[in-house]
Design a binder for this molecule. Sequence first.
Ligand SMILES: Cc1ncc(COP(=O)(O)O)c(C=O)c1O
Length: 356
Amino acid sequence: MEIKINRVDPQKLKTKPSDESQIGFGDLLTDHMFLWDYESGKGWINPRIEPYGPLKIDPAAMALHYGQEIFEGLKAYRGKDGIYLFRAKDNVMRMNSSARRLCMPELNEEKTLDALKTLILLDKDWIPRSRGTSLYIRPTMLATEPHLGVRPAKAYLFFIIIGPVGAYYKEGLNPVKIYVEDEYVRAARGGTGEIKTAGNYAASLLAAEKAKEKGFTQVLWLDAVERKYVEEVGTMNMFFVMDDEVITAPLNGSILPGITRDSVLQIVRRWGLKVSECALSIDEVIEGLESGRLKESFGTGTAAVISPVGQITYKGRDHVVAGGKMGELSQRLYDEIVSIQYGDRPDPYGWVQRID
Ligand SMILES: Cc1ncc(COP(=O)(O)O)c(C=O)c1O
């Protein structure tokens, strides 16, 4: 695919952060962005890279009214000897499954990966060097057709923006406190919980804000029908180690099929541990904590990789998990995945791709 590149005027290049320890998440974006238009009957046209800047969107653009918007989140890492992309193909495939669910056009996998790499290499000086930092990649698609009737749009924009992000854990892997949400729900089976669309996140904000006011890091969502089975946490999938079994919720339609979740499942299977993707009730979790059968719990996601849980609060009672410390398996998994992401350990799974 030929991508037209319009470089930013060298006089207008942004200033890169001088202190990598101060980089947070989501505020810094690089000098360029990738754009691609879609028109019904023509397909994807005009792939281009332009200086990063505001988009011009019609106020009647259908995404703004009916929410045809999908996105992805993935990272590139600067390892000792090159730049590595982690499981990018899986993110493009997940974006296509989001597109199908919202009647949006699918992307050509190869061309999308090509666009992604071209943009990253153009702005590669933005990729931070210190361990734990990375380049966050945000591919997004939205309906741009100006029209106020409810139906799938006929025109879309796909764009990719990228920016450096800091080490998620500045002072080591701190266990998080989570609040079991039994009033609000995030998503129901048959809805859109299993895709990455903006509305899911909007729907989660109120519960998350209330939990934060009470001093919790995130909410643990229960299933929407019975408010009984544990689903996921904020922007992470959840794992529980019960006796010697690693348990996570099945992909039954209401939770996001996390790529880190899948990485953890592949690793623990390879390590020969007992694994189950099965419904686990919050009562079983609490009983496990009280009896000592539940050894540790952690969230998985692109941002933090592994986020150990130190406390679970349900119906007003606090329960300490793994003595409030990072569990043994959480640490082992974190080390394994991060070493693969930075190209330090061999990658027997075929997850990383060196792009420079
Ligand atoms: C709702 C939700 N669940 C789980 C995850 C974890 O997915 P991944 O491991 O692909 O980052 C994310 C983050 O993308 C998310 O937003």
